[in-house]
Design a protein around this ligand. Sequence first.
Ligand SMILES: [Fe+2]
Length: 411
Amino acid sequence: MAREDLVSAPAALGEQLAATRKLTLDLAAPLSDADAAIQPFPDASPAKWHLAHTTWFFETFVLRDHLAGYRPFDKRFAFLFNSYYEGEGPRHARPRRGMISRPSLDDIRAYRAHVDDALQGALPSLPPAALELIELGIHHEQQHQELFLTDLLATFAENPIEPAYGELPPVACVAVEPLSFHAGRDGVVEIGAADNGFAFDSERPRHRVFLQAHAIANRKITNAEWADFIADGGYATPALWLSEGWDWVRREGIIAPLYWYSDGSEFTLGGRREIDHAAPAAHVSYFEADAYARWAGARLPTEAEWEDFVSSADPNLGNQLDEAGAVAPRSGGGLFGDVWEWTQTSFASYPGFAPVEGAVGEYNGKFMCGQFILKGASCATPRGHSRASYRNFFPPSARWQFTGLRLARDA
Ligand SMILES: [Fe+2]
């Protein structure tokens, strides 16, 4: 929302806040306390931690800083549930989040209720700066809803009895549109978020970039196409790989996307099932996406090529974005939304980048090193969370998110 809208309609913000907070609780409803405490690997977090950390974010940056007389639910939680904010002092070591059995999941639910009550009670009298932080907190919590699902998938994938988080629709036998390339615009175009409406600081300011002549694919690469890459020895051909990627493939013994089994099945949030060959390939790293593109005689798009393509390709883009609902395995024929799409662009600041003031200024800016931009949205992205200017980012070896690719090439 624009700042004037936040101030004139705090009730609308309150509704958005309540709906977002409820969705997180709904996502956690099927979990036992034990499910919610596991940390499958150091970069992922326990489900319980996501529930608590998103609450800490509101308690710290809104209630503590803007509500006179607010008493924290438990002062010790600041150490436990601060993620990476140096400005908020020392914190529990990230790789050890899975060691925490208490507070219990019910204690965390009580923490959430305490903070939610305080936020809703304070909303009508909060200053504009605090309302903007609530809006940031909503989008922050939505990011954690996606991480909640991808971290839980990694947790259940560790378990030999192959638990299912929920029901997924059966594998669909759909015809896949033939791959084709469309000329992108060349010359000077604009990318980045406009001044109105919510966007993260890293999406601004909107600015001009120059695009060379290029073409971009009409759709993402499918599992069937990925299987061809494997069958053709893609994972065993060093000439296809960046040096760092080839070292990674050999060191980690990578031979297929993260959750694929050699018998043609894959692990999903719905449990183990036959690989859906028509679905976009997912759970591949930047290194793999880059190698695939080279094998296909193409390359990954740049962030600007991708953003200009989807922004100019379809005037109904906003509607298509809304199709990206949580845990829905498909978003129909939408331009994007099933998997995040790797680009060849490193996460760096736009000209004129201005981080948010205060400790929340650490949100994006300090990660602008060693990460690649992903565009679009995935099947785990909450409805309404993404937009064409959205800049997701992960290190090149990360693949536990729903990450795939679209090809591009020089014209
Ligand atoms: Fe966070």
